[in-house]
Design a protein around this ligand. Structure first.
Ligand SMILES: Nc1ncnc2c1ncn2[C@@H]1O[C@H](COP(=O)(O)OP(=O)(O)O)[C@@H](O)[C@H]1O
Ligand SMILES: [Mg+2]
Length: 244
């Protein structure tokens, strides 16, 4: 077991869309080995923060470092190669491709294609589909899958590039309880294998069960951050998030 070190360092990040301050001076440092839950009311900036880490936007202020390297100015496709993968609030799959073809898309990045034969990539894709229990859908058109199955596919696809950090945006929303349990189990297993996660979710009981640490956003500001059982009882969190 190696000692924990800084995995991700979000430093004083601000980002506005027109007049909306979506992220307002957010700092958040994450060590290796953490499973960070990220909660907050609708519109509080959770998705924007994941997008900022994923380098979809140019920051107005601040910087983001990953494993000691500045990443917020890298070209978009470099983020995945650095070891960061993500899924979206509404799954983004290639609807007219089969499940297997969807899995192979990230495999064809220059890096992977240079390191692995098509046969190896295909085998890895099949192994991951089995791991997430959707291998019976291997040859189905992705557009025919249920919303929850699409989320599992997107999750499986995110694993193709062997990420170090996975960002999951509302992974359980609209997902059948059985698929959700499966997903929770798999997140736990992957975390045990050394993959760290940031999980955005509205589902407070689930996020409390899953996370080793909980951060709370409200109006683009981080209002709490710490052990889940402590954070949930903080007054500012109860006011902003739980609305009681
Ligand atoms: N691409 C965008 N263009 C304009 N406004 C946006 C965009 N993305 C998010 N916003 C706004 O930024 C704020 C934060 O949104 P978001 O990060 O999606 O919140 P959350 O995921 O916490 O519900 C909201 O007010 C939202 O309307
Ligand atoms: Mg969101």
């Amino acid at each position: 077991m190696t000692a924990a070190s800084t995995l991700l360092d979000i430093h004083d990040v601000s980002l506005a869309f027109g007049g909306i301050q979506a992220l307002d001076d957010v700092s958040l440092s994450m060590a290796t080995g953490e499973l960070l839950g990220l909660i907050g009311p609708n519109g509080s900036g959770k998705t924007t923060l994941l997008n900022a880490i994923g380098n979809l936007y140019t920051l107005d202020r601040g910087r983001i470092d990953f494993l000691g390297q500045r990443i917020d100015r890298l070209p978009l496709h470099d983020i995945a190669l650095q070891g960061i993968a993500r899924t979206f609030q509404v799954a983004r799959v290639f609807r007219r491709m089969t499940v297997l073809e969807n899995m192979l898309v990230p495999g064809y990045t220059a890096n992977e294609a240079a390191q692995h034969t098509p046969g190896e990539l295909g085998q890895r894709a099949r192994d991951l589909l089995r791991f997430l229990d959707i291998d019976q859908l291997t040859h189905e058109q992705a557009g025919n899958l249920s919303g929850g199955q699409q989320k599992l596919l997107e999750f499986a696809r995110a694993l193709m590039l062997r990420p170090r950090l996975i960002l999951l945006d509302e992974p359980f929303a609209g997902v059948h309880p059985l698929l959700k349990e499966r997903m929770l189990e798999r997140i736990g297993e992957l975390h045990g294998q050394g993959i760290d996660f940031i999980v955005v979710s509205h589902d407070l009981p689930t996020i409390l069960r899953l996370s080793s640490r909980l951060a709370v956003l409200a109006n683009g500001r981080k209002i709490a951050d710490g052990p889940p059982e402590e954070v949930r009882h903080q007054e500012a969190v109860i006011e902003a998030y739980l609305g009681v």
